[in-house]
Design a protein around this ligand. Structure first.
Ligand SMILES: Nc1nc2c(ncn2[C@@H]2O[C@H](COP(=O)(O)OP(=O)(O)O)[C@@H](O)[C@H]2O)c(=O)[nH]1
Ligand SMILES: [Mg+2]
Length: 227
């Protein structure tokens, strides 16, 4: 695993977000989190989303126009279920920015570049600026971001030092070298983001829960990660 955790300063967060429905039922919580997957065309966003949600990799994807999302349900712990929506910006990469509608209610983002193509790393600043300009928490701080240096199974054109420096300068707390092809660090990176979102809520004592009238039965079949 290649990852940096630095920048000790963390900004406190406040309660938020219509999309983050939290259902509470006899101690059980169910969250809905919208995560964005952003970056230039061809860096592997769709491949990462498919790898994570379907466990598959294919070198041939049809180009989809419009924002696409895939859902995965995580049994995070015996009391917590998370419905994760991964939004893939399919077809809009050429603009280098997204509309506010696309960013709405997002609680975290993965910025992706292709480690074999330096130009896609140079674009990260532009994508990050667009993200931070268009989505902020009520207290003005940004949503958690992870940087993914994808295609680490092929040639490397950007060094660890360059990536770490970029993260330090832009207050990105973690980055991972990933491969959608070889399934390297894909789950780890998403888990990092989920953990960030959950812990910041916990830190702020968020109590935005709805009591359910009847006990519901939560499926535990697709348990993929527990803390
Ligand atoms: N070797 C390798 N190829 C990848 C990886 N991820 C994606 N690709 C390939 O890169 C190309 C673009 O991927 P795609 O997911 O469509 O990129 P997107 O435009 O960012 O959604 C496709 O041919 C993928 O098969 C990876 O981790 N390793
Ligand atoms: Mg795509």
């Amino acid at each position: 695993m290649r990852r940096t955790d630095h920048m000790a300063s963390t900004t406190p967060r406040e309660s938020r977000r219509d999309s983050d429905v939290v259902l509470s039922n006899f101690g059980h919580k169910e969250h809905l989190f919208k995560f964005l997957v952003i970056g230039d065309y061809g860096v592997g966003k769709t491949a990462l989303v498919r790898r994570y949600t379907e466990g598959k990799f294919s070198s041939n994807y049809k180009i989809t126009i419009g924002a696409d999302f895939a859902i995965k349900t995580l049994d995070w712990d015996p009391q917590t279920k998370i419905n994760l929506q991964l939004w893939d910006i399919a077809g809009h990469e050429r603009f280098g920015y997204m509309t506010r509608v696309y960013y709405k209610y997002a609680v975290a983002a993965a910025l992706v570049f292709d480690i074999s193509r330096a130009a896609t790393f140079q674009s990260m600043k532009k994508w990050l600026n667009d993200l931070r300009e268009k989505v902020a928490l009520p207290d003005g701080s940004g949503i958690p971001v992870v940087l993914l240096a994808n295609k680490c199974d092929i040639s490397v054109a950007v060094t660890d030092e360059q990536i770490s420096k970029f993260c330090r300068e832009n207050k990105i707390h973690a980055w991972y070298a990933t491969s959608a092809k070889n399934n390297t660090n894909v789950e780890t990176a998403i888990r990092y983001l989920v953990d960030k979102v959950l812990s910041s809520r916990f830190d702020n004592g968020i109590r935005d829960s709805i009591q359910l009238r009847h006990e519901s039965t939560f499926s535990r079949e697709k348990s993929i990660c527990c803390k």
